[in-house]
Design a protein around this ligand. Structure first.
Ligand code: PMP
Length: 285
């Protein structure tokens, strides 16, 4: 049974409980990170910690530990669970408060870390690629709540995920209020066109994924030209290649978007090249 880091202590899962008065539960008021450990090392730890603190700052949530203390807590959790390859969930909740929405009534924010195995897509999906749909649920506009905040409020994405489930596919890509492509419910999206790697820009209204930035770096190293810009559904339908990126999923080829076959319906050459580069990279850093 795994051991959970909870507010400064390592406890058994049964003891790792959150108050029903915590606004993380009552209002989805909080922030989180999903991290990966490869061969004993936490991948891009500083990037995740930086994003966590930025998310917290954006919602006026003061994490009651220093970034260094959080890093140590992650290491402690991994050691206690004797893990070398794992998925780590780091969550900060607003803390217990009154029943009304005011975050000012809340006490100390709660912090917990769960580390365990990762449920990635089946092996076949990586070999053959997946089908996705575009969701009718738009991504929340940056003016309403910045998609750059990795908050506990995933209802927008969950509504799009229902659409994927109903359509019998694994993922749904969300568009912004102008109809430009943003990202999938828990992954960023890339296409390849005429040898160029293209992904929605920050201005499209996306979470700036850690895997997304690693893939852009690896492409630059491999001298694959990259571009971050607005994309429409037309760009997805006519792409030579398409893939998703995320900490849990890594790089997943997409071969079908709204029943349009992408390329020849098989994972593309650049997708496979970047996947290999990614696997090599995570083993060396
Ligand atoms: N977009 C959304 C909405 C996400 O939740 C995630 C994280 N799973 C991503 C993109 C990918 O980000 P990262 O590569 O940092 O995991």
């Amino acid at each position: 049974m795994s051991v959970i880091w909870m507010n400064g202590k390592l406890v058994a899962p049964q003891q790792a409980t959150v108050s029903i008065f915590d606004h993380g539960v009552l209002y989805g008021d909080g922030v989180f990170e999903g991290l990966r450990q490869y061969h004993g090392r936490v991948f891009r730890l500083s990037d995740h910690i930086k994003r966590l603190y930025a998310s917290a700052r954006a919602i006026r949530l003061e994490i009651p530990y220093s970034p260094e203390a959080i890093k140590t807590a992650i290491e402690e959790t991994l050691q206690a669970n004797k893990l070398v390859d794992s998925y780590i969930r780091l969550v900060v909740t607003r803390g217990g408060g009154s029943l009304d929405i005011s975050p000012a009534t809340c006490g100390t924010p709660g912090v917990f870390i769960i580390a365990g195995s990762i449920a990635m897509y089946p092996e076949d999906t990586y070999r053959q690629g997946m089908a996705i749909i575009t969701a009718s649920t738009p991504r929340i506009a940056a003016a309403a709540l910045s998609p750059r905040i990795k908050s506990l409020n995933y209802l927008n994405n969950i509504m799009a995920k229902w659409e994927a489930i109903d359509a019998g596919v694994a993922e749904a890509v969300m568009l912004n209020h102008l109809g430009f492509v943003c990202e999938c419910t828990a992954d960023n999206i890339f296409i390849v066109r005429d040898g160029q790697l293209i992904t929605p820009a920050e201005e499209s209204g996306i979470l700036l994924g850690v895997t997304r930035s690693v893939v852009l770096e690896l492409a630059a190293k491999a001298e694959i030209p990259t571009r971050q810009t607005n994309l429409t559904r037309y760009d997805l339908y006519t792409a030579d290649e398409c893939f998703l990126t995320g900490t849990g999923a890594e790089i997943v080829p997409v071969v079908d978007v709204d029943k349009r076959l992408i390329g020849d319906g098989k994972p593309g050459a650049i997708t496979r090249q970047l996947t290999q580069a990614f696997h090599d990279y995570v083993r060396t850093v």
